[in-house]
Design a protein. Structure first.
Ligand code: NDP
Length: 248
């Protein structure tokens, strides 16, 4: 599988799962645009790792939740890189809490970044793909978008929403040879999960047949498959990468 000559935009590409995706895409020959919003030092570390692979990359700050910023950023990417072939909507946040006491802001923030953020980026990113008549859009959802999770009503609702967004955009964009799929990670070892209390982690581990948390690279492998020509006939689907914690 080679992605030589392709330009890939990875939202939240500066650390965690996004960094692993950037590295894997770069390793396959893609020119990568690494997006971040608040931690430039993490984005620069990803840039250094991508460049160490001998690949070119661009680091770009924008908030996926802000449509004007996203539009401006995608204009800049198209001007600088000439094209956009692969878009990975990976940026995400959690603001956990029980439904009965969840603050409205916690609901709104998670919806704005996790769900509207993907909409903003797909809307801006699909235009150059439509002109090129080729594109790959990959959305990072979550196991909890399918199974639900106590304490994550906002997050699981946003992640379930991404599945609908995947399927609708897959139907709209298929005639231009643009595929849209999602990857649904289980529990992956990143900063997002490092904050979980040990007791919660033990409970989660007990529910994973393969017996360990996943690695960011496990998600990157599924993403690069979907980005490749090998997946040309796959659209509107969800690939579950969760150690078996949810089946079917
Ligand atoms: P991390 O918290 O490690 O990284 C989040 C990334 O998203 C960072 O690069 C961050 O940038 C970026 N980001 C956050 N908000 C915005 C924003 N408004 N605009 C642009 N970028 C933003 O998360 P993970 O790597 O763990 O998760 C990546 C994705 O995978 C998320 O969508 C998450 O929901 C999903 N996921 C993760 C699972 C896990 O177990 N870890 C399980 C299932 C799904 P910055 O550092 O600059 O703030």
């Amino acid at each position: 599988m080679s992605l030589a000559g392709k330009v890939a935009v990875v939202t939240g590409g500066s650390r965690g799962i996004g960094r692993a995706i950037c590295l894997r895409l770069a390793n396959m020959g893609a020119r990568v645009v690494i997006n971040y919003v608040s931690r430039p030092e993490a984005a620069e570390e990803t840039r250094a790792q991508v460049e160490a692979l001998g690949s070119e990359c661009v680091v770009l700050k924008f908030d996926v939740a802000k449509s004007a910023e996203v539009q401006e950023a995608f204009k800049q990417i198209t001007a600088e890189c000439g094209r956009i072939d692969i878009l990975v909507c990976n940026a995400g946040i959690t603001r956990d809490g029980l439904l009965a006491t969840m603050k409205e802001e916690a609901w709104d923030e998670v919806m704005a970044v996790n769900l509207k953020g993907a909409f903003n980026c797909i809307k801006a990113g699909c235009r150059p793909m439509m002109k090129q008549r080729w594109g790959r859009i990959i959305i990072i959802t979550s196991v909890v978008g399918f199974a639900g999770n106590a304490g994550q009503a906002n997050y699981s609702a946003a992640k379930a929403g991404l599945v609908g967004l995947t399927r609708s955009s897959a139907r709209e964009l298929a005639s231009r040879s643009i595929t849209v799929n999602c990857v649904a990670p289980g529990y992956i070892d990143t900063e997002m999960t490092s904050e979980l209390p040990d007791k919660v982690k033990e409970k989660i581990l007990a529910e994973i047949p393969l017996g360990s948390l996943g690695k960011p690279e496990d998600i990157a492998a599924a993403v690069t498959y979907l980005a490749s020509d090998d997946a040309r006939y796959v659209t509107g689907q969800a690939i579950h990468v969760n150690g078996g914690m949810l089946m079917g």
